[in-house]
Structure formats: structure tokens, C-alpha cells
Design a protein around this ligand. Sequence first.
Ligand SMILES: Cc1cc2nc3c(=O)[nH]c(=O)nc-3n(C[C@H](O)[C@H](O)[C@H](O)COP(=O)(O)OP(=O)(O)OC[C@H]3O[C@@H](n4cnc5c(N)ncnc54)[C@H](O)[C@@H]3O)c2cc1C
Ligand code: FES
Ligand code: FES
Length: 490
Amino acid sequence: MSENGHSHNSTNSHILVNEFDYYEPTTVEEAVGLLQQHGGNARLIAGGTHLLVLMKMEREVPGVLISVNKIPGLDAIAVREDGGLIIGSRVSIRNLGRHPLVRARYTGLAQACDSFGSTQIEVMGTVGGNVCNGSPAADLVPMLLVFNAEVLLKGAQGERAVPLDQFLVKPGVTAIRPDEVMVGVALPPAPENTVSAFHKMVRVVADLAKASLGLMLVRDGDRVADLHMAYGAVAPTVIRIPEAEAALLGRTFTPERAAEAARIASERITPIDDVRSNAWYRRRVVKVMTEDALNALWAEAGRDQPLPLAASPNGVKTSIPGDVIPQLRRGEQREIELTVNGVKRQVRIFSNDLLLNVLREKLHLTGTKYGCGVGECSVCTVQLDGKPVLSCLTLAVEAAGREVITVEGTAKPDGTLHPLQEAFIDQGAYQCGYCTPGMLMTLKALVEENPQPSEEEIREYLKGNRCRCTGYSSIVRAVLAATGQKVPEK
Ligand SMILES: Cc1cc2nc3c(=O)[nH]c(=O)nc-3n(C[C@H](O)[C@H](O)[C@H](O)COP(=O)(O)OP(=O)(O)OC[C@H]3O[C@@H](n4cnc5c(N)ncnc54)[C@H](O)[C@@H]3O)c2cc1C
Ligand code: FES
Ligand code: FES
């Protein structure tokens, strides 16, 4: 038994040590009130992919968590009259990156979303969490900065819009006040002839950036009419370097001037040595990355590709179903109901119970595995309302009233295997027992979303599920076979 009387099972998947009071306000005003009431002891939580990792490492030990996930409207993307966008703070990385207007007009922002380490993190992580965690390596921030984004905040003193460059203070610190909630980001319209791109240097796809670069360029004939460049992971915050931009701004583009801009940028950054890279290498990367990126973007700006007309975006939501769940207090258990593999289940949970340990230890569904516990391996993937999520980073209370599918629910009740399971056996894709359940659950979500995925789409979707033993060829073949597509020769 732990100090708080909460029994720990030998399977050890309960690794969120501290308990907390958990609130689910249904308006921003309620959230602001709670922040006022609890002061520095409280943290807001959205996707939890950053905060829960810090809490597991006990680098954050809040006594109160305030979820923004039941506040309607924060997950919407709206088009302003002038063609700009208002992006709600709870819009997921995945929904942002797939939005047709974002892809067409703010292309680099969509590329930044695509660059995230795993599909599951894209599904769970939010715009608000990415901006408010204050990480110099946060991937959305360089692109939001080059598009002159403003952070929209609501607090006890009312509403304010803070230019993003003034919002970023130092690593892990932003200008948000203790009683403020970020409600969204405002993006001005992208001028005609705007091109943009995001570049990220990583060791492996799952890593945060060693260095990243967001660019926005407006071409007028041979002249650079406008240029914004923002760098991530090479200074205490994401930064723009006006001196580097000035090497090209208002001038005729030449490769020599692009090289000069790159040289200036590499001199002005203030990189550090850390676990991901060292300062010397980061300077080299910034120089090469800037020069290559400028030349490529200039070439793209010369192509005759008019931007599509502004249209009502697909998938804009203005509200979420209001399912008010009573708050949980630390030390107290509460019963929640969730549907697991088609069956309604009631479980008693503490505030710090994770979906993973509810599944494994309370419902004895041990098909879902516990690997890293911090979002990096994806062996714990289950479907939550059809979407692939990491059960090691999902609070159990977040699953209340929702539908969970685990690997045990993949076959039909009569035992007939799912076509993916059949194909895994036929193609020898059943590799190790640890990764296979997570891979199956991720791929099940993929084929439900995209019934005939290409090989590239399969590999991209599976990027966060890491195999260290064999590789992915048999798995790709199995998905192609299960979806009735041609399977390449071995
Ligand atoms: C395995 C792994 C891979 C990752 N890969 C990437 C990557 O490739 N690129 C990248 O940029 N990041 C990455 N991350 C970091 C993280 O997933 C993202 O930053 C994500 O966008 C955070 O969003 P969230 O909703 O999960 O944030 P949360 O964890 O919910 O919150 C993060 C912080 O923001 C605050 N916050 C959240 N919402 C609000 C709000 N509305 N108002 C005020 N404050 C708020 C919280 O209090 C907290 O301090 C990765 C994380 C993991 C674990
Ligand atoms: S155990 Fe959940 S991602 Fe590794
Ligand atoms: S399938 Fe588990 S390590 Fe390769």
C-alpha cells in the first residue's frame, strides 16, 4: 500500500504517484475561477502528453488538475471575415494538420503538425498545450511565429491577445498569468503569393528537434517582398532573427544572399549542449538548413500555383457533447462507467489512475502492454472513441462515458479474428508479444479512417509504434493484404 492507502499492483503500470483534486469545468469562466481559487497549486490539462510526463517524473506535483476538455468550443477552427483563422486551444495537432485551409494557406504549419513523433501524440496533443508548455522545441511555435500569431487569453481581468513573440519568455515559462486560460490562437490572413515551410532536424522521428526552422516568404517577381524565419531548439525560446531576414528582405533573391542569411542566423542563435545535440552541431545545422530551405522555398514561390479560394473548412466543430463528470478529490475513489470492448464496465478510480492500469489491473485486460510509460513506445495504444490513444498518458477519468477498444475486443465475440489479425498471422507480422497489441490497435484505427492505405500511409501512421527487433515490412504487407490490396513480393 502507498502512503495514501492506494494499493500498488505488482504489474507496476500505476506510475503516476501523486494524487490531486480533478475538476472538469464546462466554461472558461469556471476554469478561471478555479485557477483563482487554487493559485499556483493548480495546473490546466488538455491532452496531458506533456504535463502527465512531467508529473510521472515528479517534476510537476500539482495538487489540483483542471481539465479543459469539457469546455465546448475550444476544439473549433473558425475562419475570420478577413480570411484569417481562429484556432481553438484544444484543437488537436492532428485536426489542425488535416484542416484543408491550413494545408492550403499555412502549409508550413500543416508540415509542423505532420512532423510530430507519433500518430497517437498528434491525436492527443493540442495547440494550447504546445504553445503553453513554453518549450523552445515545440514544433507549432516557429510556424505560428512566422505567421504573426496572437495568443488569445481569458482571465480574471478579462480577455487579451498577446503577440506570440511577447508570450514566450524562457524555457518552460510564458507570459500567461496564473488565472488565465488560453482559449486559442489568432492567425492573420496569409497574403497572396505566400509560401511557407517547416524543417526539423531530429535523430529519430520520435525525438524532439535538435533544431527547427519555420519560414514564410512572399515573392514579388525577382524580389523577396516579405520573409519571416523562426528557429526552434537553438535559443531559450523560439526566436526570429531580423538581421538574417534583412539579408534578403526587399531585395532580389540570389543564392549568395540566401547563404549570407544562413551565416547570420547561425551566428546569432544561442544554442546549448544537451541530450539531443551540442551547440557546435546546432550552429552547423542552422546554417545548412537555412540555406537549403530558402533556396527550396524561393523555387516553390516561383511556381504558378494560385492559392485555393477561402472556403468553409471541413470538420469544424463548435461544441462537444456535454457530459459533466463530477470532480474527483485526492484520496477519494469514485465510480465511473465506460464501455470496454462493447461491454459497460463500472470501475472505482482515484484521480491519478491511468486508463492503462484500469485496463490491466482492475479489468484484467492484460493484452494492453506497459512499456516506457511516457509516450515513447506506443505499446499501450487502445482506441478511445475510435481514435488511437496512449493509455499510459490518459487519465482514467477522461475515459468515463466513452468507448474503449483493446486488443481483446479486436476479434468478434465468437472468436473470429479481425482481418488484420488474420493477415498478421499469414504474413508473419506477429513479431513480439509486447509490441503486437499496440501495433494492431493503431492499425485498426488506421483502416477504419482510411480503408485502403498506401504503404507510405501505413508507415507514417505507425511511426510512433517502435519495433526494435525485426522491422516493419511484414507488418506493411499484412495491412495491404487485410485491406485487399496487392502485396509486394518478399
Ligand atoms: C512521446 C512524445 C513525443 C512528442 N513529440 C512532440 C513533437 O514531435 N513535437 C512537439 O512539439 N511536441 C512533442 N511532444 C510534446 C507534447 O506532446 C506537445 O507539446 C503537445 O502539443 C502538448 O499538448 P497537450 O494538450 O498534450 O498538453 P498538456 O500536457 O495537456 O499541457 C501542456 C502544458 O500546457 C498547459 N495548457 C494546456 N492547455 C492549456 C490552455 N488551454 N490554457 C493554458 N495552459 C494550457 C498545461 O497546464 C501544461 O503546462 C511529445 C511528447 C511526447 C510524450
Ligand atoms: S507505455 Fe505508453 S507509450 Fe510506452
Ligand atoms: S515487434 Fe516488438 S521489438 Fe519488434
